[in-house]
Design a protein around this ligand. Structure first.
Ligand SMILES: [Zn+2]
Length: 461
């Protein structure tokens, strides 16, 4: 077996690795590059391999940086099966449809002021391409090996990152023995609400591991919960709205879980709550359909508390009229809306109506990338521009850490350390120097060989 790195090698998005085994080609993930200045051009560029030559595609989880180019791969000739967890199929259908929709809107915008003789911009792919990709998908369950090619088996294990997320084990019979390649996908932290902890992998000959937070340690969950408790106490005193920009997958459901768990303690019964994101509502419904994947604590919570995904005073607003109606509420509302970094979506309307109110509280629960509106607000901008108006920032602005969907340095090290005989490991899905710092600490703690692959590098399993 041999592996070739084509994405998320030295960066955190665009996950894509190619495995050669017994004359066949297996692709692990086919993600989009996100956040990069050249992202659009890189996503539209030719694949560094022939899509027609790929026999099987395996997807670790539904996030767009792991699945976003799948419809493009199919459009350009990939005709094999796509294996992934059934919950990932559910989420991928929602996320890929959203990506196709955004591509369509962007193309329409670009074509509006087309100069004479200029060629119209085509979207990267359309909903038809998404449908064609979805038709190739075949569901797998955790812990059940599946033969995907003669002599090659795949086993998914829970990665605890988002619903359906998996570590992928490829076992290939070669010359009378079996070689095992384990791909971590994205690993969640232990103790994440709703999801199970990442499952341990017993053995491997080579490990490809993510390293997003390879040089960081997260705050404890207790600290995060006390921060949220303090914010709701202040919000109650001030009487304004609580506005939370949140990502549709994972973070939103986690927040709802905390709301259910601390419903009385944080006085949430007195608020009108809104999940003002059609996509987050669809994703939350998908979580609801897969209750069998939840951890025992979540199942226990159901028995004694309001169901986190169906809080009694929580309204899912789908139409724009319903969303607009929230704008007239000056106090007593908790509003969760996307996008998480405030670059688009309904959150921008809620910010426009709440940022100038000194009684309002804006709560950031996720990473805010450089150059985003969210970043400007958390960095203390006095004014921001929204819909052509200059809005003064008078609301209280909070940044709550500790809600990451990724394991930190110790979490990554512990997951790797549980694998027998500490096989060689290739670190992906991380930027340097963070990735290099993790490499150093793995070498010291476990005495293993660590490779930091760059695009195009080949490693033999
Ligand atoms: Zn992910």
């Amino acid at each position: 077996m041999e592996i070739e790195f084509h994405g998320a090698a030295g960066e955190v998005t665009g996950s894509c690795h190619l495995v050669h085994v017994g004359g066949k080609n297996i692709l692990l993930d086919c993600g989009m590059v996100q956040g990069d200045r050249d992202a659009d051009a890189r996503n539209a560029a030719d694949f560094p391999f022939d899509p027609k030559a790929i026999d099987v595609l395996l997807l670790s989880h539904a996030h767009i940086d792991h699945t976003g180019r799948v419809p493009l791969l199919v459009k350009r000739g990939f005709a094999g099966p796509i294996y992934t967890h059934s919950a990932t199929m559910d989420l991928a259908a929602i996320l890929l449809a959203d990506t196709a929709h955004i591509a369509d809107m962007d193309a329409r915008d670009a074509n509006r002021d087309l100069a004479q003789g200029q060629k119209p911009v085509q979207p990267l792919y359309t909903q038809d391409d998404v449908d064609a990709a979805m038709q190739r998908m075949q569901p797998l369950a955790y812990g059940q090996p599946q033969e995907i090619l003669p002599g090659v088996r795949v086993t998914l294990r829970d990665a605890g990152h988002i619903l359906g997320s998996a570590t992928v084990e490829l076992a290939a019979d070669e010359g009378g023995s079996t070689r095992r390649l384990v791909f971590s996908g994205d690993l969640g932290p232990t103790g994440t609400p709703i999801l199970c902890d990442p499952e341990q992998v017993p053995a491997a000959d080579l490990v490809i591991m993510e390293s997003t937070y390879g040089d960081r340690l997260h705050k404890t969950r207790e600290d995060t919960l006390s921060e949220l408790a303090a914010i709701f106490a202040d919000a109650h005193r001030d009487g304004g709205n609580v506005v939370i920009p949140a990502f549709a997958v994972g973070r939103t459901q986690e927040l709802l879980y905390f709301f259910a768990e601390h419903f009385d303690e944080w006085g949430l019964g007195q608020y009108r709550m809104f999940l003002d994101s059609p996509m987050a509502a669809k994703v939350t419904a998908a979580y609801d359909r897969h209750e069998d994947l939840f951890d025992p604590e979540a199942k226990q919570l159901w028995a004694t508390r309001p169901h986190p995904l169906r809080l009694p005073n929580l309204k899912f607003t789908s139409s724009t009229d319903d969303s607009r109606a929230i704008n007239s509420i000056r106090s007593g509302a908790v509003i969760i809306a996307g996008s998480g970094m405030c670059e688009g979506g309904r959150i921008r309307h809620h910010l426009r109506h709440n940022l100038a109110n000194p009684a309002a509280h804006i709560v950031f629960v996720g990473y805010q990338a450089q150059g985003t509106l969210g970043r400007r607000i958390v960095q203390g901008a006095k004014h921001v521009h929204l819909f052509g108006d200059e809005i003064p920032v008078r609301a209280h602005v909070h940044t709550v850490g500790g809600l990451s969907a990724h394991a930190d340095r110790d979490g990554l090290s512990d997951w790797y350390g549980a694998i027998a005989h500490h096989p060689p490991v290739c670190l992906v899905h991380g930027e340097d120097p963070g990735r290099a710092t993790l490499a150093q600490s793995l070498k010291q703690k476990w005495g293993c060989a660590v490779t930091l692959p760059m695009p195009g590098v080949r490693v033999t399993v």
